[in-house]
Design a protein around this ligand. Structure first.
Ligand code: NAP
Length: 539
């Protein structure tokens, strides 16, 4: 006798991921009366802020912009302790939200999605987990995060290394003690910089393996007291609107006076003014032209290099830390606190892996062309398979067995506005490729905007009594062309970075995120919705 597999649990919608986007998506769909199940691989909520618990992890967006706007109670109750909160605080905030809105009852933790298949006849997605469970739902929302698939480059001999090793995106929950240890770190992006500046005072010896230096700029991070929170709360109603009307989903935008309208002295003054502001406003506020005009970019790049040279005592080390082969802001600008001063410490060594390449790992460390670097601990701050990695890790099959992984590998990444893909009815994505949320937007702003759009779209489809919605192939192709046209008008594609997919071997080199700006994108999303989802096909 054969046993019948139990029938799958059935929901109106399944959301994959209980990070910032997934929690909000759950709240919104539940508000519209849908039965929703969230499937989450971790043991807790918070996504990025659950996994990236490495030393020094901190938000580069200001607290007041990095939050939910949907509940006045929440806005009134929650007090931020500083301008750029550290990881534990943001994780606490997201746990507070999960408790306050009783979200946990609809979340299944410790469960990883392996595959998902669309049954066109029944209009249902079946979701299979690695543990063998099955779920069914009409709608499927992938809130799997843009930077959630960690990458460790392959090095000869890595398996022989006898020390401890960690990737920052899978940091253990237990504290790691670095006291007196010989620690190596690979990666000097936003993550590596935060780790380096945090652990340098604790470790015995720190060896930084740097392939590309970054134009990191200082973070100004004052504490927020009651008075400051009261001031901010006064501004919340205005900010809630403002963040959706800017280029990057923050509460500031590019200046209106252009580079050419200013005298050299005024340009310098403008840069200093934004520099002292101590946030990413220096990047996306001072001179918007730096993204497309090489002359302006060169000017700002030189300004930032000059600041690095002022802070690093050894001129040879300073030069290694100065980016020279790409322009400021064409890859993600990290914020830092005393990062460059770390290289003035006697226990810190900077290895430029272009000049002194890594040959292999050994049982006791890393060997570069110049010799062995003995290590007790190796930290990989080597980034993620951004945008696509979390989606292609799951075997997603749409109409007629079409595989998302295969169609993207064969035809290049294609999405309609980063929200849906032709051939995959009722599959929605948040922070996916070809939307601003994939890289160029303050995540809470754009992920809330996308989740709101998805909620309305699902509601509309149900109200119309339709089984499914998917974008037309023509609309998707139009979006791709528009995306590329804007991308290629900027300097960003000239630079190697995760924005361009160059950090992953074999990945297509194409700008991942839409550069038209968050406000323009929102307008485009709202327009198609107002026109009855004119770019989509219903079945
Ligand atoms: P990342 O920006 O991709 O940086 C990865 C680093 O690892 C780079 O320095 C890279 O060098 C290096 N690397 C990768 N493979 C290597 C190899 N085979 N050999 C030598 N070096 C190698 O990753 P990330 O720093 O984790 O940051 C990713 C994104 O997460 C950020 O851009 C940001 O959007 C987000 N983030 C935000 C915050 C925040 O808000 N505070 C903090 C951390 C991260 P190359 O540059 O030469 O490739």
């Amino acid at each position: 006798m054969t046993t019948q597999p139990s029938s799958p649990a059935r929901y109106d919608a399944i959301v994959v991921g209980a990070g910032l986007s997934g929690l909000y998506q759950l709240y919104k769909l539940r508000e519209r009366g849908l039965a929703v199940r969230v499937i989450e691989a971790g043991t807790g909520v918070a996504g990025t802020w659950y996994w990236n618990r490495y030393p020094g992890a901190r938000c580069d967006s200001t607290a007041e912009c990095y939050q939910y706007w949907f509940s006045d109670d929440l806005l009134n109750e929650w007090n931020w302790s500083e301008r750029f909160p550290a990881q534990p605080e943001t994780e606490r905030y997201l746990n507070y939200v999960a408790d306050k809105f009783e979200l946990r009852r609809d979340i299944q933790f410790n469960t990883r999605v392996a595959s998902t298949v669309y049954d066109e006849a029944r209009g249902l997605w079946t979701v299979n987990t690695t543990g063998g469970e099955r779920f069914e739902a009409q709608f499927l929302v992938m809130a799997t995060g843009g930077l959630s698939s960690p990458q460790i480059p392959k090095f000869a001999g890595y398996d022989t290394f006898k020390g401890q090793s960690f990737h920052t995106g899978r940091w253990p929950h237990e504290p790691v003690d670095f006291t007196g240890k010989r620690v190596g770190i690979m990666g000097t992006g936003a993550t590596g910089i935060q780790v380096i500046q945090t652990i340098a005072p604790q470790v015995g010896q720190l060896t930084v393996f740097q392939r590309t230096p970054n134009y990191a700029i200082p973070m100004k991070n004052p504490r927020y007291d009651e008075a400051r929170m009261a001031e901010l709360r006064q501004r919340y109603p205005e900010m809630k609107e403002l963040v959706h009307n800017t280029f990057t989903g923050n509460d500031y935008d590019f200046g209106t006076v252009t580079f050419d309208e200013l005298t050299p002295a005024q340009r310098e003054a403008r840069l200093w003014e934004y520099w002292h502001e101590g946030s990413l406003k220096f990047w996306v506020g001072a001179f918007g032209e730096l993204f497309a005009d090489q002359r302006v970019n060169d000017y700002v790049s030189e300004f930032v290099r000059a600041r690095i040279r002022e802070r690093v005592k050894d001129p040879v080390t300073a030069e290694k830390l100065c980016p020279k082969d790409y322009g400021f802001g064409t890859r993600r600008v990290p914020l830092e606190t005393n990062y460059f001063e770390v290289y003035n410490q006697p226990n810190v060594t900077l290895v430029d892996t272009n000049a002194d390449p890594i040959e292999c790992f050994t049982p006791t460390g890393v060997r570069t062309a110049s010799g062995e670097h003995a290590l007790d601990v190796m930290i990989f701050a080597t980034g993620f398979d951004a945008g696509t990695g979390a989606l292609t890790a799951i075997d997603i099959r749409g109409r007629e067995g079409l595989s998302l992984r295969e169609t993207w590998a064969r035809d290049g990444v294609h999405t309609w506005m980063g929200l849906q893909v032709h051939g995959f009815p009722n599959l929605f994505m948040i922070m996916a490729p070809l939307s601003p949320a994939a890289a160029f937007c303050n995540v809470p702003t754009c992920s809330q905007q996308q989740a709101d759009w998805i909620t309305n779209c699902i509601d509309y489809t149900r109200q119309q009594g339709r089984k499914a919605i998917e974008p037309s192939a023509e609309a998707e192709a139009r979006w791709g062309e528009h995306h590329d046209e804007l991308a290629n008008a900027t300097l960003v594609p000239k630079t190697r970075s995760w924005y361009m997919g160059t950090n992953i071997e074999g990945k297509q080199h194409r700008l991942l995120a839409y550069v038209g700006g968050a406000s323009t994108y929102r307008y485009a999303c709202d327009k198609v919705a107002a026109e009855g989802y004119s770019e989509s096909v219903f079945s």
